[in-house]
Design a protein around this ligand. Sequence first.
Ligand code: APR
Length: 249
Amino acid sequence: MVDPQALAAVRRALEEAQRVAVLTGAGMSAESGIPTFRDALTGLWSRFDPEDLASEQGFRADPARVWDWYAQRRDGVRRARPNAGHEALAAWGRARPGRLCVVTQNVDDLHQRAGQPEVVRLHGDILADRWLDGAACRERPRCDAASAAAGRPPRCAQCGNLVRPAVVWFGEMLPAAALQRAQEAAAECQVLLVVGTSGAVWPAAGLASLARRSGARVVIVNPHESEIDAEAHVVLRGTAATTLPALLG
Ligand code: APR
C-alpha cells in the first residue's frame, strides 16, 4: 500500500511543477498483459538469453528464430489494451498542454493508444520494420518494402536484404534525436516520475540522476526495488495501474 502522505506530497509537487517528465519501462505495461522484458523469455523462449534474440548478432545467426519471437511479442502488443496507468498519464498530459513529456523504453504503443500527447521512444517501435542493411539495393535505388519477398523474415527479392523489427537491440545506439529530447526533458523538469523500470539499462537509467542533478524531484513508482532507487527523493511502492490514477486522477 502506498503511503498516503507521500502520495499527497507528490501530488502537490506535480501540480506546482511547470514541467513534468516521466520515464517508463516494461512495468508500465505489465498490467496490460505485456510481460516485462526479462519475464518475456518465458515458456519455449526461456532457454534463450535475451541477447540471443534482441541483438543483430542473434538475428544474423538465426533470422527465423528472432523473427518468430518478435511475431509472438507483436501479437501480444496488438491484443493488449492501455491500462489505468496509461489512461491517467494521458489524461493528465492532455489537460496540461506542453507541461508533460513521457519518455519510454517500451516498444509497445500503449502510451500512444491512450492518447498521450508527447511520447519519446528511446528503444524504437516493435510494430514497425526496417531493413537490416542500410546498403542500397544494387538493382533498385533502394530495397523496397513493397517488393519484399514474403518469409520469416521477409527479404528484398533483388539483393536479399532482410527485414528486421525497428527496435534498438543490445549494443546498438539509441536514436540520437530521441535521446537528446529525453535528456532535455529530464534536465528541464521540476518533477521526474520513473515508472516500472529496473534501471538496468543505460543511457535511459541515467535520466534519473540527470534530473536530480538538475534540481528536479525524482519519484519512483515500482512495486519492487530498482537499481536507481538511490536517485529518488520519494519511492512509491505500488504498481503503475493503481498508483498513477491515485497520483494523477
Ligand atoms: N507496475 C510498475 N512497475 C512494475 C510492475 C507494475 N505492475 N510490474 C513490474 N514492475 C517493475 C519491476 O519491478 C521492474 O523493476 O518493472 C520493472 C521491469 O524491469 P525490466 O523487465 O528490466 O524492464 P525495463 O526496466 O523496461 O528494461 C529496460 O532493457 O531489456 C531492455 O530494451 C529492454 O527497454 C528494455 C530495457
